[in-house]
Design a protein around this ligand. Structure first.
Ligand code: RB5
Length: 146
């Protein structure tokens, strides 16, 4: 079964969203696109909510969100119970978000990275397993949601 990826962007990602989606599908992932596919200004929390709810509700395995910086998307997605959303600005942060933080949503900045850099971070994030020795800390984060 291919991993299901919930995908969402705001207008900042208009130029790159199709190549990122193509990359994901070409890499064997099943992509559910929650928008936004237009160029006009939109509000990133609307798309963060859709992707975060798909992941928290286990309809998708992981989420990818792209806005201008990734910051707004991560702030919004982290409001949904069950979500650990991380903004990743390079290969190393993408790896550690998966390995140490058990992040289930990756947030990226279309205004701070090229499409190739974004696809590379996605690859690293999706291919890096969580290291179980960090579980105690993740459980402490989960308790903060209650
Ligand atoms: C939209 O202009 C911009 O604020 C948004 O894409 C994002 O960068 C917010 O964090």
């Amino acid at each position: 079964m291919p991993l299901k990826i919930a995908f969402g962007t705001d207008h900042s990602a208009a130029e790159i969203r199709n190549s990122v989606k193509f990359y994901l599908k070409n890499s064997g992932y099943q992509v559910e696109d929650f928008g936004f596919s237009g160029k006009e200004s939109c509000d990133y929390p609307d798309y963060a909510k859709k992707v975060a709810e798909a992941v928290a509700g286990k309809k998708s395995d992981k989420g990818i969100l792209i806005c201008g910086t990734g910051i707004g998307m991560s702030i919004a997605a982290n409001k949904i119970n069950g979500i650990i959303a991380a903004v990743c600005w390079d290969e190393s942060s993408a790896k550690l978000a998966a390995k140490h933080n058990c992040a289930n949503v990756l947030c990226l900045g279309a205004r701070t990275a090229s499409a190739d850099e974004i696809c590379h971070r996605i690859k690293i994030f999706l291919e890096t397993p969580f290291e179980i020795r960090h579980l105690k800390r993740i459980e402490k984060i989960k308790r903060l949601e209650q």
